[in-house]
Design a protein around this ligand. Structure first.
Ligand SMILES: Nc1ncnc2c1ncn2[C@@H]1O[C@H](COP(=O)(O)OP(=O)(O)OP(=O)(O)O)[C@@H](O)[C@H]1O
Ligand SMILES: [Mg+2]
Length: 492
C-alpha cells in the first residue's frame, strides 16, 4: 500500500487513515529482519502487518521459504497471516516494474533493481511450491507435525488422530455422564459418596451441575491433585488452610452444637415451656426450639441455629425479650453462654463443609478426567493439550543436539503472531526450537537466525489469570539476554 491508499480485496481503491510517520518508523524498524525483536502494541496498530513485512523481507533477502516458521495460537490467526503473505506475493506477480519497485521500497528495501524484481516475482510460486515451503501454522499444527514425524521418541500412537475442541467437549460430556451413571448405580462407591457430599451442601443443584462444575475446573483440580500427591493430601492442605484438623468431621461438630453444656437438646422441651410464658418474640423462640426437636442431624442443627441467627445467618440482635431476662436470669445466662459458644462452632462447621465439598469435587473431577483419558487412549486420540504436553515432554527428553538436527535444522527464523496467547508451555516449546540459535553450535556460516514476536497484552485470553503480560515480558527479557550474550542483535 502506498501513500495511505491501497487496493481493496475486490480491487476497489479504499481510503485508509493516513499512517503517522512515527508509526511508520517504528514499523520499519520492527520489520528489519536482521535483528530479533519483541513488539507489544495496541489492537489494530499493524503488528500482523509488520510480521508479514518481515517474512517478505526475509524472502527478498534470499532466505529459503522452508527456513521460515510462522506460528500463532488460533487457526483464524494462522489463516490470516498466511493469506496476507500470499496475497501480497500474489499481487506482486501482477505489478509492472514501477509499481513493483514501489511495493519493494514499501517493504523496506531502498533500491530495488532488475534482479530483485525478478526474484520478487518468483517468490509467490517459490513460497508455495518448495517442499515443506513457507510454514505458517498454529502451534498445535506444528506440534502435530513434530509428533507425527517422531511418534516413537514422543511416546504417542504412531497413527494418532487429533481431536478439536468440539470433539473434546463431546467426549467430556460422555465422561461426565459415566460418572453420573456409576455414582447412581452404586451410591457407596467413592464417586457415589462424593456426589452425595457435593450435593448435600447445595440443595438447589443437580447431579449434572455438580459434575459439570467439577469438570470445568478439572485442569485446576488435577494440577493441584498432582502437586499434592493424592486427593487426601490435597484435602489435608485445605484443612490446614481453613484451620481445621484433618480428623475433624461435620458430624462431630454438629453433635457438639446441639449437645452442648448449656442448652443440650434434652432440655429444649422444658425451656420452650418457660419461654411460652412471656412475650410474642419469646413464644416464637419456643416454637423454634420445638421445631428443632422434630428434625435430626444437619437439619436439626440448622433449625436450632435459627434461635440465634436471622434468616440471612447473622446473629440476632436480641435472642430474648428484656422482660423474659428480668424474670428468668438463670435461663437467660444459659442462652448468653450458648450464643458465645456456638459462634466458633458455626465457623468450624462452615470450614468443614468447604473442605468436604472441595474434596468431593476433586474426587469427581479425577474420575471424570480418568474416563476421558481412557477413551482417548483406547482410540489413539490426542487433544490440543496433549499435543503441547507430548511435544514438550519429547523436547525435554531428547538432547538439544537431537532437536537441532531433527527439528530446527531447517528453521532459521521464527515469527510469532498473537504472542500474548502463548501459554508458558507453548513458550517452552518455542524456546526448545530456537535453543540453538544462540548456542553457537547451531549457527551456520553467515546466517543470522532470528526470533520475532508481536502481541498485545490487553487482548490476552489468559489475562484473567494475570499470567500473560508477565509471560510475554519475561520471555522477552530472557531471550534478549541470551541473544545479546551470543552477540546477536535484539530490539526490545
Ligand atoms: N504501514 C502500514 N501500511 C499499510 N497498512 C497498514 C500499515 N500498518 C497497518 N496497516 C493496516 O492496518 C490494519 C490493521 O493492522 P494489523 O491487522 O496488522 O494490526 P494488528 O496490530 O495485527 O491488529 P490485531 O491486534 O487485531 O492483531 C490492517 O488492515 C493493516 O493492513
Ligand atoms: Mg494481528
Amino acid at each position: 500500500m502506498v501513500g495511505g491508499w491501497r487496493l481493496g480485496t475486490r480491487g476497489m481503491v479504499m481510503a485508509l487513515r493516513p499512517i503517522p510517520q512515527a508509526v511508520r518508523a517504528a514499523q520499519a524498524r520492527a520489520s528489519d529482519p536482521s535483528s530479533s525483536a519483541f513488539v507489544s502494541a495496541n489492537a489494530g496498530s499493524g503488528k500482523t502487518h509488520v510480521l508479514v513485512q518481515r517474512v517478505i523481507r526475509l524472502l527478498l533477502d534470499g532466505v529459503a521459504p522452508e527456513r521460515i516458521l510462522c506460528i500463532t495460537f488460533t487457526k483464524a490467526a494462522a489463516a490470516n497471516m498466511a493469506e496476507r503473505v500470499f496475497s501480497t506475493l500474489g499481487h506482486w506477480v501482477t505489478l509492472d516494474d514501477a509499481a513493483l519497485d514501489a511495493a519493494i521500497v514499501e517493504a523496506g528495501i531502498a533500491r530495488p533493481d532488475a534482479r530483485l524484481r525478478m526474484s520478487a516475482r518468483k517468490l509467490f510460486a517459490c513460497a508455495l511450491e518448495t517442499p515443506g515451503g513457507l510454514k505458517v501454522q498454529t502451534i498445535h499444527a506444528l506440534c502435530t507435525r513434530l509428533l507425527q514425524q517422531f511418534p516413537f521418541e514422543a511416546n504417542v500412537p504412531a497413527r494418532f488422530a487429533v481431536i478439536d475442541e468440539r470433539d473434546q467437549n463431546e467426549m467430556m460430556e460422555r465422561a461426565n455422564l459415566k460418572v453420573l451413571l456409576d455414582a447412581s448405580r452404586d451410591v457407596n462407591s467413592a464417586a457415589g459418596r462424593a456426589l452425595n457430599t457435593a450435593m448435600a451442601s447445595a440443595a438447589d443443584v443437580t447431579f449434572k451441575d455438580v459434575v459439570r462444575e467439577a469438570c470445568l475446573s478439572r485442569d485446576h483440580f488435577l494440577a493441584w491433585n498432582q502437586r499434592a500427591g493424592s486427593i487426601e493430601a490435597a484435602a489435608a492442605q485445605v484443612s490446614a488452610a481453613l484451620g481445621v484438623a484433618t480428623g475433624d468431621t461435620i458430624e462431630a461438630v454438629e453433635r457438639e452444637i446441639v449437645n452442648g453444656p448449656h442448652l443440650p437438646n434434652s432440655r429444649w422441651k422444658e425451656v420452650a415451656v418457660i419461654l411460652e410464658s412471656t412475650s410474642k418474640s419469646d413464644r416464637k423462640q419456643a416454637d423454634r426450639l420445638r421445631e428443632a426437636l422434630v428434625f435430626s442431624g444437619s437439619a436439626q442443627v440448622d433449625a436450632y441455629l435459627d434461635v440465634f441467627l436471622t434468616d440471612d445467618r447473622t446473629p440476632r440482635d436480641s435472642v430474648l425479650s428484656k422482660k423474659f431476662r428480668d424474670n428468668n436470669a438463670v435461663i437467660a445466662a444459659l442462652f448468653d453462654a450458648e450464643s458465645l459458644r456456638i459462634g466458633p462452632l458455626i465457623e468450624r462447621r462452615r470450614a468443614l463443609t468447604i473442605r468436604d465439598r472441595t474434596q468431593a469435587l476433586l474426587q469427581i473431577a479425577t474420575v471424570a478426567a480418568a474416563n476421558y483419558q481412557r477413551e482417548k487412549q483406547e482410540r489413539g486420540l490426542l487433544d490440543y493439550d496433549d499435543l503441547i504436553e507430548k511435544t514438550l515432554e519429547m523436547l525435554d527428553r531428547v538432547s538439544s543436539g537431537w532437536v537441532h538436527y531433527k527439528l530446527d535444522r531447517g528453521v532459521d527464523h521464527v515469527l510469532i503472531d498473537e504472542a500474548q496467547d502463548t501459554s508458558p508451555k507453548q513458550w517452552d516449546i518455542v524456546a526448545h526450537i530456537i535453543s540453538e540459535f544462540t548456542s553457537g553450535k547451531g549457527a551456520r556460516e553467515g546466517v543470522e537466525r532470528t526470533i520475532f514476536a508481536v502481541g498485545d497484552e490487553k487482548q490476552s485470553i489468559f489475562s484473567f489469570q494475570g499470567a500473560a503480560p508477565r509471560e510475554f515480558d519475561a520471555r522477552r527479557r530472557l531471550l534478549q539476554r541470551k541473544f545479546v550474550e551470543a552477540g546477536l542483535k535484539f530490539d526490545p
